[in-house]
Design a protein around this ligand. Sequence first.
Ligand code: OGA
Ligand code: MN
Length: 213
Amino acid sequence: MAELFEQLNFETNYLYERIIDDILEQGYCMVDELFSTKVVEALRADLLQKYQDDQFKKAAIGNRTNEVIKAGIRGDFILWMDENLQDYAQKLFFDEINNLVNYLNRTCFLGIFRKEFHYALYPIGKFYKRHLDTFQNDDRRKLSLVCYLNEDDWQPEDGGELVLYLNIDNKEVPKTIYPFPGRTVIFESQLLEHEVKPAIRERLSITGWLKTH
Ligand code: OGA
Ligand code: MN
């Protein structure tokens, strides 16, 4: 049996265990050590390069077949990431995501078989009004993951907070999270309403979803 476990590589990962515990207990988790500084810097450079190269487009509301652009709801620009592009920075990102997904599937039987991630850039003053990350007739999104790629000197006064509207003992409790570089937030896509506040600097991130199919 021990040999089988070894073959399956069933080694406890304490960071992943904390992520799982937090999601189960409070509906979300916030971790600052999932992505190293090196990875965050590579991703930030990749995002900025591709933004300068005009590869981003205005983000829409709805799913890919039913999109509308509504600046009054969200004002960010996005670029879908592609795991198969062999892009160095994105490969580092997906290596880490795949390790996490494999662990979740092994320990929580979540059945995550698909994922989708995009870079996002919010110009100064732009925001994303309170929303839920699921669409009508689409319950495939299980977990939402956001990783911030902001500059190292990002301050709380710069704004751009993520506000999660938690439900504690049937009472709504807003939880404010500052988008410091490398910080990662994971939450249940179908349960947690949230919003992005405007910032006084360009706000950089990766947002994505772990899906069942
Ligand atoms: C989203 C979103 C949160 C953030 O893109 O759906 O809610 O903090 N992003 O960027
Ligand atoms: Mn969202």
